[in-house]
Design a binder for this molecule. Structure first.
Ligand SMILES: Cc1cc2nc3c(=O)[nH]c(=O)nc-3n(C[C@H](O)[C@H](O)[C@H](O)COP(=O)(O)OP(=O)(O)OC[C@H]3O[C@@H](n4cnc5c(N)ncnc54)[C@H](O)[C@@H]3O)c2cc1C
Length: 495
């Protein structure tokens, strides 16, 4: 008889784990508390507009990437799903002069040298560093001791770019983004660099992000989050998986140190093994036994949340003359949710007919930062709605100073706070990724299991900082490899 695996959470990690489990011959059911699968990888419709809420760019969407095969295996990418690579990646409006980050590092170098010949040395060093690590694809590894139909072997080029990356990390680990930006004389370039770090202190994320884009990865699959998650859910069901929606797992049932099922809606769903993909930071709430493992303690002690206030605007004007990724600087820093914002970074979907009808534009903004306490207090004091309206008004007024078409044309406005994410996905503090601190040893993520507890595995964005969609996929895959190893099953690898 087939072993039955119950997976808690129907986000990208849970759905991916489900597909891998079925491919390896297990029976699988996914429990999802919401009515839509996808978790944070989602979008929502308001009036004429669709707002893209869970994916700006996808690591592994480039065809030559190792991860691309895994996205195909789980069904997220299929032949015929178009992936676009919009250029420029970001444009900063510096007093009317556009300063751009292209995906193509040669183009960025040429453009910056034209803007600021006196910065030649720094520009060449900056672009040179991106070139050095641009082959650093995320490796997809097999866990130790698992039998696989085909071993994943990272290419040699990865080893060399890995060495370059280590050197870069040593050189820049202690350099904060402000100090780095000051190396450039051109104020527009300095401001673009500052804005691109989104208020974070380190400069390394810029190199790594631009490296991914420079090698032709980090595209945007057409239709965005919802169809992306929907394709994995469809594949899971087509392979015979059971997707149980509107069902919140309350407890993982443990008998004699082994998982025997999951309690949901007051009923027992029997299982031979359980994969928990609900936020690992809160996983202990699903157990009556203590989760005792050094990695679990370390994760809970050191995880810093990545979170945001997400503003979505439906604008009754055609903004397709503006770039997709646009950064503007308001006249003075904005005070929003108790934090100061010097720049506003927009995603403009005006040219994409999946997001608005002709002549209208869907625009979204991510306001980074930990504002959970602020919103929690506002809620407790009955000011939540009013605070959201105030924030929206401040943002719209500031944007209209730079983009006049916005003035008087906002017909839909939607503000999601960390409390929205918390309510919707059950994530810790409403956070959907984790910060990587200086010198943090990210490695291959935390192990998916806890000694002394059998038949329980963990996957999801929190298991390998900084998280995100590729981590959700890879940890879902690893959790199934742990399961295969423990049950003597051969893991069916990517073709
Ligand atoms: C604004 C924004 C932009 C982003 N941009 C990008 C990007 O460009 N690239 C990128 O790679 N990533 C991006 N991300 C991050 C990415 O979307 C997430 O990291 C990823 O979707 C996490 O997937 P997951 O399956 O690990 O977790 P989740 O999405 O949190 O899924 C967990 C699921 O479990 C369910 N659940 C929780 N508790 C229970 C329970 N007790 N019982 C049943 N179900 C439960 C939840 O409802 C949820 O569906 C972005 C996220 C946001 C919000």
């Amino acid at each position: 008889m087939k072993k039955k695996i119950v997976i808690i959470g129907g986000g990208i990690a849970g759905l991916s784990a489900g597909v891998y489990a079925l491919r390896c011959g297990f029976e699988a059911a996914v429990l999802e508390s919401h009515s839509i699968a996808g978790g944070n990888c989602t979008s929502w419709k308001r009036g004429d507009y669709l707002f893209e809420g869970g994916m700006h760019w996808l690591t592994g969407s480039g065809e030559r990437e190792i991860l691309n095969k895994c996205w195909h295996t789980v069904g997220a990418l299929e032949d015929g799903v178009k992936v676009t690579f919009p250029e420029p990646f970001i444009e900063y409006d510096y007093n009317g002069t556009p300063v751009k980050f292209y995906r193509d590092v040669d183009k960025t170098e040429k453009h910056w040298l034209e803007l600021s010949p006196e910065d030649e040395k720094e520009i060449k060093a900056f672009c040179g560093n991106i070139r050095k690590i641009k082959n650093l694809a995320i490796p997809v590894m097999d866990i130790k001791g698992v039998k696989v139909t085909k071993k994943m072997r990272p290419p040699m080029s990865l080893i060399f770019s890995g060495m370059s990356a280590m050197k870069l990390m040593r050189k820049f680990a202690e350099i904060d983004s402000e100090a780095y930006a000051k190396r450039f004389k051109h104020e527009g370039i300095r401001e673009l660099l500052r804005a691109s770090t989104g208020g974070k202190s380190g400069v390394l994320p810029i190199f790594f992000t631009m490296g991914i884009l420079a090698r032709g990865d980090g595209g945007f699959p057409e239709g965005g989050s919802l169809p992306f998650a929907g394709r994995i859910a469809a594949k899971f069901q087509a392979l015979g998986g059971e997707l149980i929606m509107n069902t919140r797992a309350e407890k993982v049932v443990i008998e004699n140190g082994r998982a025997t099922g999951v309690m949901a809606n007051g009923k027992l769903i029997p299982a031979d093994a359980v994969i928990v993909t609900a936020d690992t930071m809160l996983a202990h709430n699903l157990f009556d036994v203590e989760l005792k493992a050094p990695w679990y303690d370390e994760m809970r002690k050191h995880t810093e949340p990545t979170m945001c206030v997400f503003v979505s605007l439906g604008i009754n004007a055609d903004l397709s003359a503006y770039p997709h990724g646009l950064v503007v600087k308001p006249d003075k820093p904005l005070e929003l949710s108790g934090r100061k914002y010097e720049y506003l970074s927009l995603n403009n979907y005006a040219a994409d007919r999946d997001y608005s009808p002709e002549g209208k534009s869907a625009v979204t903004l991510v306001l980074d930062g930990d504002t959970w306490d602020y919103w929690k207090k506002a809620k407790e004091e009955g000011r939540y709605k009013e605070e959201k309206a105030k924030l929206a008004e401040t943002v719209i007024t500031a944007l209209a100073e730079r983009i006049p078409e916005i003035e008087g044309n906002v017909e839909v406005c939607d503000v999601a706070t960390p409390l929205t994410y918390e309510r919707y996905c059950g994530n810790w503090k409403g956070s959907w990724m984790s910060e990587v601190a200086f010198n943090m040893n990210v490695g291959n993520g935390y192990p998916a299991a806890i000694d002394g507890l059998s038949g329980v595995y963990f996957a999801g964005q929190r298991m390998m900082p900084p998280g995100g969609l590729p981590v959700a996929l890879m940890t879902g895959r690893s959790a199934v490899q742990y399961l295969c190893k423990d049950t003597g099953t051969v893991f069916v690898s990517e073709e």
